[in-house]
Design a binder for this molecule. Structure first.
Ligand SMILES: Cc1ncc(COP(=O)(O)O)c(C=O)c1O
Length: 481
């Protein structure tokens, strides 16, 4: 019996005991997270220095392992779920999402084909359709779930390339007289566009950055000029990637006008709504979805605004069959398929074979909150962002650096005797000092070449009191500098 257990899994009683302990640990972690230091002040390598670098030759006890988790790992992470962590996007985990992740871990299914896990596949179809309806996308749009927006955008651009250069799937790119393709995206767009171009052999330099207007939205007149110039120089305009909720300021590109340009030039329109598309769940924010129905593809990351834990990215295509025609390799995997062939096999819609069961956490979170509950929480984050903007405007030492469109505020401390470079340094120093304090976490970004501070709101644990704490910390740090 002892031997059998040594070869199999850990003993059942031990697993059960640990599971109960872990349940309490997770509940305590959530309840007391605000008391923690948000991030360590360590130098790179500090965590590795505390861990045994020798591969484990013999078994260690779970007591020992979990003691190391408490001692080294937990203090060594940035606590994205801390209510005063106001950095980046994607701190939208929620307790229903954590529970669902535990189930997913236990089930450990691979959602590569319908046959390898029918419920994982059909739940993916279901949550994709719920989200499509919430986004107001026409029902001809079909979706697929990937891990991140970078991967979604790369797949969208792959479909665009296959449309413009048919048979690239079969023949590749070399030794063919193909034109040089161009992709246009704003100077505020995410670098995932370049990464996609690199991966697809389109080339980083063929991603053209279009200037933005005073509110950081793509300048459509400039887009037209860039396309005209490229046509004169024998480039082939392939796609526009328009952003709904840019990374720095959450600005929204003028999609209807961009869609018109795409129509005129027969270009693919991909919308990067990784962060901002979630706003469409609010009836009062329907403006955000203007022009989406004219897009060829759209990506949204529900882990950035819609309370699903990392990672979950949904890519929609007007004709999702394009992805299947591009990536399905039937003969090799025929044994995985249903003989009738009526099913969806999501592995056919992208480069990966194995796929996590991501749909479960979206299904649990969205049912646990409902659309109205999701919308109410997003609405509260918008309220907090506006409140923060009001506080900035009341303190003459600070200014807003961009309009507040979503749960993001960019602002700048103006003290520094009017010298831009000096002011840049002061703004960086405020962010660094606050982050080093472990009590709040902000980011800095560059807008029009100047350093500004930025907060992102999206955590269900963040209250007005937390926001007030962070603002007072910023004011105090600015005074001390
Ligand atoms: C607008 C936008 N698009 C794309 C991405 C890339 O997201 P991911 O990390 O899911 O690849 C980000 C990341 O923050 C983003 O802000």
């Amino acid at each position: 019996m002892k031997d059998r257990q040594r070869l199999g899994d850990i003993p059942e009683e031990e697993f059960r005991k640990r599971l109960h302990e872990l349940a309490d640990w997770i509940a305590d972690y959530r309840e007391h997270i605000a008391e923690r230091r948000i991030a360590p002040n360590d130098k790179p390598g500090a965590i590795l220095a505390q861990l045994d670098r020798t591969p484990p030759e013999t078994a260690a006890s779970l007591d020992e392992i979990f003691a190391d988790v408490e001692r080294v790992i937990v203090p060594g992470i940035a606590h994205w779920a801390h209510p005063q962590f106001m950095s980046y996007f994607g701190c939208t985990t929620t307790s229903p999402g954590i529970l669902a992740e535990m189930i997913t871990g236990a089930l450990n299914v691979n959602a590569m084909t319908w046959r390898t896990s029918p419920a994982a596949t059909e739940l993916e179809t279901l949550v994709l359709d719920w989200l499509r309806q919430w986004l107001g996308l026409p029902d001809e749009f079909g979706g697929v779930v990937y891990d991140t927006a970078s991967i979604s955008t790369m797949h969208a651009l792959a479909a665009a390339r296959e449309q413009a250069a048919p048979n690239t799937r079969k023949l590749g790119l070399s030794r063919r007289s193909l034109p040089t393709f161009r992709i246009y995206t704003s100077d505020q767009a995410h670098s995932s566009v370049e990464k996609g171009a690199i991966a697809l052999g389109i080339g980083e330099e063929n991603v053209q950055r279009v200037p933005t207007d005073a509110e950081f939205r793509m300048d459509v007149a400039a887009l037209r000029e860039m396309i005209a110039l490229d046509l004169r120089n024998n480039f082939r305009p392939l796609a526009v990637v328009a952003t709904v909720g840019t990374t720095s300021t959450a600005s929204v590109d003028p999609i209807p006008e961009i869609a018109q340009v795409c129509r005129e030039h027969k270009m693919w329109l991909h919308i990067d709504g990784a962060y901002g598309a979630g706003l469409a769940l609010l009836p009062e924010c329907k403006w955000v979805g203007a022009g989406w129905s004219e897009a060829d593809s759209l990506v949204i990351n529900p882990h950035k605004m819609l309370f699903v834990p990392l990672d979950f990215s949904a890519l929609y295509l007007r004709d999702v069959g394009r992805l299947r025609r591009l990536f399905a390799l039937t003969p090799e995997h025929v044994h995985l398929r249903d003989p009738i062939g009526a099913e969806i096999n999501y592995m056919d819609y992208g480069v990966q074979l194995g796929r996590r069961f991501r749909a479960l956490k979206a299904w649990v979170v969205w049912r646990a909150f409902g659309r109205d509950g999701l919308a109410a929480r997003i609405r509260d984050h918008l309220r907090l962002a506006k409140l923060f903007a009001d506080w900035i405007q009341e303190d003459k030492r600070f200014e807003l650096s961009a309009p507040v469109m979503m749960g993001v505020v960019c602002f700048r401390c103006k003290v520094g005797g009017g010298h831009d470079e000096k002011i840049d340094i002061i703004n960086s120093q405020i962010v660094e000092r606050i982050n080093a304090s472990g009590r709040a976490y902000l980011t800095q970004t560059k807008l029009r070449g100047r350093t500004v501070m930025r907060i992102g709101l999206g955590n269900v644990l963040t209250t007005e009191a937390h926001l007030r704490n962070v603002w007072e910390m910023i004011q105090e740090t600015a005074s001390n500098l």
